[in-house]
Design a protein around this ligand. Structure first.
Ligand SMILES: Nc1ncnc2c1ncn2[C@@H]1O[C@H](COP(=O)(O)OP(=O)(O)OP(=O)(O)O)[C@@H](O)[C@H]1O
Ligand SMILES: [Mg+2]
Length: 241
């Protein structure tokens, strides 16, 4: 579904993305991990049209979506959440979902007609907050609303930037089930960034590890955690042999 090739992006002298290749299939949950500043959010920003690439291509279902901006990517089927939550804070919880659903109805009417706002709010435990401004919700509820809003777009590709940040173990357990349900019910390609490796290992089929703007390893969990460079990045110590 998603195929990224040779994506490069610098901010002044900082090379945030250096020749990144990545793919993610429909129904797959890919874990994107790496230390602070590795380039994970920049990659998600590049895929979702939030930042412009210097070089490289981003294809969704064969369509090149790079260079057209965030609205184009959203219409093409890329939905996302942000590391620093970006809801329409003045709008109510329901209105936040409605905004996404309006877009979905324009570009994917057959999917929009199957999305029921009450069901979605219920699923994310937000129904009783329907009519309150999104900005007044507690942090965990705002994170869940961002995911629900992303789903109302009827995504082909869902990008979750640190969805479990600030959650306790019980909350991230609930989130794991919710994301597994997305795979089952929506079947989109999903990329999840998080620093909680227990959460990532439980959820993801395949991992992609970034460091200093590069992908240093991708593969299944066992393969990735057996890689000396990955261990070095996480422990700060070189592994001999
Ligand atoms: N808009 C920007 N302007 C300037 N520099 C940026 C910008 N966005 C990212 N960077 C820089 O690019 C590099 C990669 O940042 P990025 O936010 O992608 O890392 P990350 O892997 O998401 O880190 P974290 O785990 O801390 O969220 C960092 O050096 C960061 O300071
Ligand atoms: Mg980040």
């Amino acid at each position: 579904m998603l195929k990224i090739e040779a994506v490069t992006k610098s901010f002044g002298g900082v090379r945030a993305l250096a020749n990144v290749d990545l793919s993610c299939e429909s129904g797959e949950i890919l874990g994107l991990i790496g230390p602070n500043g590795a380039g994970k959010s920049s990659l998600v920003n590049a895929i979702s049209g939030v930042i412009k690439l210097d070089e490289g291509s981003v294809k969704l279902g064969g369509q090149n979506i790079a260079g057209h901006g965030a609205e184009f990517c959203a219409r093409a089927g890329v939905a996302r959440t942000f590391q620093n939550i970006r809801l329409f804070k003045e709008l109510t919880v329901r209105q936040n979902i409605e905004v996404a659903l309006i877009t979905c109805a324009k570009v994917r009417p057959h999917i929009a007609s199957k999305i029921n706002i009450d069901t979605l709010l219920e699923e994310y435990n937000l129904l009783h907050f329907s009519d309150v401004p999104a900005g007044t919700l507690a942090y965990g509820n705002q994170r869940r609303l961002e995911i629900a809003r992303a789903l109302a777009l009827g995504p082909k590709l869902l990008l979750l930037d640190e969805p479990a940040a600030g959650m306790n173990e019980a909350e991230s357990e609930v989130l794991t089930v919710a994301i597994e349900n997305i795979r089952r019910n929506v079947g989109c390609a999903t990329i999840v960034i998080d620093h909680d490796l227990q959460f990532i290992n439980k959820l993801c089929d395949r991992l992609c590890v970034m460091d200093q703007g590069r992908v240093i390893k991708s593969g299944d969990r066992t393969e990735v955690w057996a890689d000396a460079r990955v261990i070095e990045v996480y422990t700060g110590r070189p592994i001999e042999n």
